[in-house]
Ligand binder design. Structure first.
Ligand code: ADP
Ligand code: MG
Length: 491
């Protein structure tokens, strides 16, 4: 793998990359940066989590002239969260070259944005709809644009932005450079490329890539009715530091996050119907660990890069294999391992097999965890907390009573009684979830797998028990998990 110094970058940009902690290029970066630096159009295809932002962000920042106080670069992104995240990364890449990127998205006050635009950012990162608003109001001019990037192009098309994108591209001077990045390459994208790009070079990084294959992937076959119990038990056993739970509809996101909160987890939901400030605050709390479980729809979570996500739960199986890859890509990012668990109803087994074919990997079947396993999971948390207190806190004043107790009882009996008092046993919570909407597009009936090369008998036959994963906590460790749990249970 190449280093960034091999790519002929300027000194300030290299310095910021070092500052960001990047050591080697990812494959998509290694291949696209030199081509983009030559000024050529290109289409970059690589799965989620492979560093596409820097793949275009670095050449973008290199091409901007910092003295010229005009918008010289535009990134189009499907969601507000993504726009914010991309602008943050661009500002990091541009920090020493003093390049300023501004996110522009719907939901934020347009007057505020107009004021921010007066500070003359070099780059704007915009959702297509809001950019169109500004074009109509003439608060953003596109005549000095030298470089345009379409990020998550497939998702922008899925969200119905095709016409907006066409309108925007027609308004930008033709001698610009155009870069398009996408995880998948549907025909519509090739169409856009033909009409709006100049002999683009296609750079495609094959294989399901790092993230999905570095993620342990399990599934549990379970009826719709039992899903919530199963999810709760797995949460008790695994006690994830940071987990994202995917549900199919906004309504289910609300219901599920409410039910999880009732049951004592620190959970919040995120979806498109929430106000921008609510979404921002939920994301901020999730990033800093105040919220441990984020319940989300696909669209709300698309493209988010949150480090330290240890678990992804597909409470509802995704509607197509591509979404599965996107969801699972939320964990185990940038070389860390994660765990993805999919709950599958019996009628959805066809979709699971289809996903296995597309990702060319087996998803390991796990049994429905027992209540006993869940309780043991909680006890293990208590145990870790006890060990932490022994190591870190002053317990002298408790020793007198402890010795008194020990003179009359054996230590195992004593400790068991203490554990019983301290351990928060999972409480039963009555939950009523609305049935998930039927799958869109490919219906379940069509989702039968094609004949394949796998040994069918090997599929999903092996079941073993649930054990807390050891040794690959991404952050915090057991004591951290316990701390979080105390906060939310007491607070
Ligand atoms: P994508 O857009 O392909 O889904 P991102 O651009 O969001 O991926 O990058 C995923 C994560 O990897 C981010 O946290 C990013 O900071 C990190 N990353 C990107 N490039 C590198 C690199 N060369 N070395 C280390 N981490 C990187
Ligand atoms: Mg991206």
């Amino acid at each position: 793998m190449a280093t960034f110094t091999d790519l002929g970058l300027s000194e300030p940009v290299i310095r910021s990359i070092i500052n960001m902690g990047f050591e080697e290029t990812t494959p998509i970066q290694e291949k696209t940066i030199p081509t983009a630096m030559e000024g050529r159009d290109l289409i970059g295809q690589a799965q989620t989590g492979t560093g596409k932002t820097a793949a275009y962000g670095i050449p973008l920042v290199e091409r901007i002239m910092e003295q010229a106080e005009q918008i010289q670069g535009i990134v189009l992104a499907p969601t507000r969260e993504l726009a914010v995240q991309v602008a943050e990364e661009l500002n990091k890449i541009g920090q020493f070259k003093r390049i300023h990127a501004l996110p522009i998205y719907g939901g934020q006050g347009i007057d505020w944005q107009i004021r921010a635009l007066k500070k003359r950012p070099h780059i704007i990162v915009a959702t297509p709809g809001r950019l169109m608003d500004h074009m109509r109001r003439r608060t953003i001019r596109l005549n000095e644009i030298k470089i345009v990037i379409l990020d998550e192009a497939d998702e922008m098309l899925n969200m119905g932005f095709l016409e907006d994108i066409e309108t925007i591209l027609k308004e930008i001077p033709e001698d610009r450079q155009t870069l398009l990045f996408s995880a998948t390459m549907p025909r519509q994208i090739q169409n856009i490329a033909q009409r709006f790009m100049k002999e683009p070079e296609l750079i495609s990084i094959k294989a399901m890539g790092v993230t999905v294959s570095d993620t342990e992937q399990h599934y549990v076959e379970v009826s719709e009715r039992l899903k919530f119990d199963v999810l709760s038990r797995i949460l008790d056993i695994q006690s994830p530091d940071l987990a994202i739970v995917f549900a199919r509809t906004k309504r289910r996101v609300d219901e599920l996050s409410e039910a999880l909160s009732k049951r004592g987890y620190s959970a919040e939901g995120i979806h498109g119907d929430l106000t921008q400030s609510k979404r921002d605050s939920v994301l901020r709390q999730f990033k800093d660990g105040t919220i441990e479980i984020l319940v989300a729809t696909d669209v709300a979570a698309r493209g988010l890069d949150i480090s330290g996500v240890t678990h992804v739960f597909n409470f509802d199986i995704p509607q197509d294999p591509e979404s599965y890859v996107h969801r699972v890509g939320r964990t185990g990012r940038a070389g860390k391992t994660g765990l993805a668990i999919t709950l599958v109803t019996p009628r959805e087994m066809g979709m699971l097999r289809l996903i296995e074919q597309v990702i060319k990997r087996r998803i390991v079947r796990k049994p429905i965890p027992t209540i006993i396993e869940a309780v043991e999971g909680q006890q293990r948390l208590t145990m870790n907390e006890i060990l932490r207190v022994i190591a870190e806190e002053d317990i002298e004043k408790y020793k007198g009573v402890a010795e008194e107790l020990l003179s009359e009882n054996d230590s195992v009996t004593l400790l068991s009684a203490a554990l019983k008092i301290i351990t928060k046993e999972p409480e039963a919570v009555e939950v009523r979830l609305t049935e998930p909407a039927p799958m869109r597009g490919r219906s379940m009936g069509n989702a039968r797998p094609q004949p394949n090369n796998y040994n069918r008998d090997g599929f999903g036959q092996k079941t073993d028990t649930w054990a807390r994963r050891k040794g690959n906590d991404v952050r915090g460790g057991a004591a951290g998990a316990q701390r979080g749990r105390d906060n939310k249970r007491n607070g």
